[in-house]
Ligand binder design. Structure first.
Ligand SMILES: Nc1nc2c(ncn2[C@@H]2O[C@H](COP(=O)(O)OP(=O)(O)OP(=O)(O)O)[C@@H](O)[C@H]2O)c(=O)[nH]1
Ligand SMILES: [Mg+2]
Length: 442
């Protein structure tokens, strides 16, 4: 597991190294491309803010700070495990706060995955007789913690009175935006869906329709309360955090006994039964909701490292589709088609670098031309502005002499998809070609 993580991080570094080299690579392009065009490519590709941020995110990610609010036993700790996909150690933070709240770091071995501010909610706050000051104190602590997102956890099977917590969150968001000059994203999670009747169906793929309908009703019920109280939320989602754990030697163990295990067993706990429902969807929602880019990347690194390469390559593909559209709109002293090819070659090389390979721009161009069925890389080098329309017809049949930004974006995306299939998913070149054709048709 740990080796796998190191490998993934190496692949990300590899991509970043290629990106850093891109400047030089563009300079080294054949002299038939005017310097002005090379500069243009650099401006557009290397000046692209999203791309810059993506690359920076590889180094500059930080554990997201999550403010969890929910009654005792609703499954806050379980949710964190479900999101991380491992049994995460909770390391108490010394700067801990009031009796009704606690901050801790979630760690997987030596990696800090997330910072959590965990509170049982205002209704369970111990100094109810002095609730105003308790509430104020809590809000102060929350602001000090400065969360990237708040998760409000509710129970699917008992419809608790949540009015007070909803009102409390409303106060929290009000003060948060005064302090931070931005909105606190809120995601509402309705947990323990597996326990909804018929509760014998624990495997999400086997949830019968009547169970799903009942879950929907509960979500609707909570939604109405939230709306009625005027709390603005980003999203609400029903989930199950159910994971049964086993030790490396295959003995199933209840969560309440885990802390008594030898440290080795705790570090190497495995999933015996995975009853997680909607957790991937929740990760998407959280990633969407978190505004700070470094925290967003941190969540991605914490929650879906094994999917990070795929996510990154898709992200790259979207960015380059945008870049291609920009190029098609920009007057460039040499036909934009050749420029597009170079940009697309950069994309292919970056995707290949994410797979751990070093692919030169020339080889990337060969790959692209291979998709179009043009044999031989030599063709590429002879390809100059005058021949561009021939090239155009390979990729964008019948599109005439100028490429519209829409077509440029679609073409680049199709090439990116083929590169992802071939380099990341290790499909055959024929399958990659098919991806390319399908994407173009779409
Ligand atoms: N069936 C089922 N059990 C769950 C789920 N989530 C949590 N549990 C169980 O509910 C119990 C409480 O879960 P915790 O994650 O400790 O709840 P918590 O909100 O962190 O509780 P406190 O830390 O005491 O506030 C544990 O026995 C969990 O195994 C779920 O989605 N489905
Ligand atoms: Mg807990």
């Amino acid at each position: 597991m740990k080796d796998e993580k190191i490998k993934i991080e190496k692949r990300l570094e590899n991509m970043k190294d290629f990106y850093i080299k891109a400047n030089e690579l563009i300079d080294k392009l054949p002299d038939s491309i005017p310097v002005a065009s090379k500069e243009k490519i650099k401006d557009i590709v290397l000046g692209d803010e999203d791309l810059k941020k993506l690359m920076e995110g590889i180094d500059n990610h930080r554990p997201p700070r999550i403010f969890l609010i929910g009654r005792t036993g609703v499954g806050k700790s379980s949710l964190i495990n479900a999101i991380c996909g491992t049994y995460v150690a909770k390391v108490s933070d010394t700067k801990s706060c009031t009796y009704s709240a606690q901050t801790y770091l979630c760690k997987d071995k030596d990696r800090v995955l997330m910072e959590i501010f965990d509170t049982r909610g205002i209704a369970e706050s111990e100094s109810l007789n002095d609730s105003i000051s308790a509430e104020e104190m809590l809000i102060k602590e929350i602001n000090k913690f400065s969360p990237d997102v708040a998760i409000m956890m509710l129970n699917c099977t008992h419809r608790d009175d949540v009015d007070s917590d909803v009102k409390f969150l409303k106060d929290v968001t009000k003060q948060y935006s005064e302090v931070n000059h931005m909105r606190l994203p809120i995601v509402v999670v309705v947990n323990k869906c597996d326990e909804m009747a018929p509760s014998r169906f624990k495997n999400p793929s086997e949830y019968p329709l009547n169970k799903i309908d009942k879950i929907k009703d509960v979500v609707q019920y909570y939604k109405e309360i939230i709306v009625k109280n005027g709390l603005k939320i980003d999203n609400i989602i029903p989930v199950s955090s159910l994971i049964d754990w086993q030790t490396p030697d295959g003995i199933e163990i209840g969560v309440e006994d885990i802390d008594n295990l030898p440290q080795y067993d705790i570090d190497n706990l495995q999933i015996a039964f995975d009853g997680r429902y909607n957790i991937d969807e929740l990760k998407d929602i959280l990633e969407e909701a978190i505004i700070d880019f470094e925290a967003k990347m941190g969540l991605r690194m914490a929650a879906r490292l094994n999917e990070v390469v795929m996510k990154m390559s898709k992200h790259l593909n979207n960015i380059f589709a945008g870049i291609s559209a920009t190029i098609a709109l920009t007057p460039i002293p040499v036909s934009d088609i050749y420029i597009l090819l170079i940009v697309q070659a950069l994309l292919v090389s970056l995707i290949a670098s994410l797979s751990g390979r070093d692919l030169s721009l020339d080889s990337a161009k060969e790959f692209i031309l291979g998709l179009g069925g043009v044999a031989g890389a030599g063709y590429v080098f002879r390809l100059v502005a005058q021949q561009a329309t021939k090239f155009l017809n390979i990729f964008f049949p019948g599109s005439g002499s100028a490429v519209s930004s829409g077509i440029a974006a679609i073409g680049t995306k199709a090439i990116g998809k083929a590169a992802i299939a071939y380099y990341i998913e290790e499909k055959t070149i024929d399958e990659a070609k098919k991806k390319f054709e399908d994407a173009k048709k779409q």
